[in-house]
Ligand binder design. Structure first.
Ligand SMILES: C[S@@+](CC[C@H](N)C(=O)[O-])C[C@H]1O[C@@H](n2cnc3c(N)ncnc32)[C@H](O)[C@@H]1O
Length: 197
């Protein structure tokens, strides 16, 4: 499915309220999983895919001297991100075809975003292209028990959303040249950390 067809979740319509409403509050579990487990170093080139309102980029830039990049397909979300993260490289762009050079990034994050990506196979190939060997990929997404996940996936079958278990996420990326580093779980969140081979 093309980027232009992806309008189902309409983040743009609630971009200015996103951080303070339930989605922003629910996201704290996923943010903490990332902040507690991410490994960064000075000058690391870090991309947040589906960066939304830029909360993760802002927080990581306050904690580390990184070169931060963010991409998203929703203009209004990016407006909030740009205001929150002045001077950062924040671009309107889909996860399937990014402007980054081959093997140019030290870390890629996708927080609460992977389940939205309409062409996950294209994203998996793209992130394998832009990450350096040995660099890490952090996928934070909801952790639903199997039966609930099947029900939710059935209910959202006509939208772009599809939820996977940690093991399924790991297996998908292993096919694109990654190895699993660790899986962390916290409340309703899961973090899958992978290393580019
Ligand atoms: C639930 S929000 C999460 C935002 C942010 N990562 C956070 O955790 O605060 C999901 C984001 O993914 C973005 N998104 C959806 N499909 C995308 C795609 N194909 N490429 C890039 N971003 C996408 C949406 O526009 C939205 O901003």
């Amino acid at each position: 499915m093309k980027h232009s067809e992806k309008r189902d979740f309409k983040f743009d319509k609630r971009a200015d309220k996103y951080d303070d409403h339930f989605e922003g509050k629910l996201s704290k579990v996923f943010y903490k999983l990332i902040y507690d487990n991410i490994e960064l170093f000075d000058s690391a080139q870090v991309l947040d895919v589906g960066c939304g309102t830029g909360t993760i980029l802002k927080t990581l830039s306050e904690r580390y001297k990184i070169v931060a990049h963010g991409i998203d397909v929703e203009n209004e979300m990016l407006k909030v991100a740009k205001a929150k993260c002045p001077g950062m490289d924040i671009q309107l762009c889909s996860c399937e075809a990014t402007p980054f050079a081959d093997k140019s990034l030290d870390a890629v994050i996708a927080c609460m975003a992977y389940h939205h990506f309409p062409d996950k196979g294209a994203f998996e190939k793209e992130v394998a292209r832009i990450l350096k060997s040995g660099a890490k990929l952090y996928i934070a997404d909801p952790n639903f028990p199997l039966v609930l996940r099947k029900i939710i996936n059935f209910l959202v079958r006509n939208l772009n959303g599809e939820f996977f278990s940690s093991k399924e996420i790991a297996m998908r990326f292993e096919k694109s040249g990654f190895k699993l580093v660790t899986i962390k779980k916290r409340a309703y969140g899961q973090l899958v950390v992978l290393e580019k081979l």
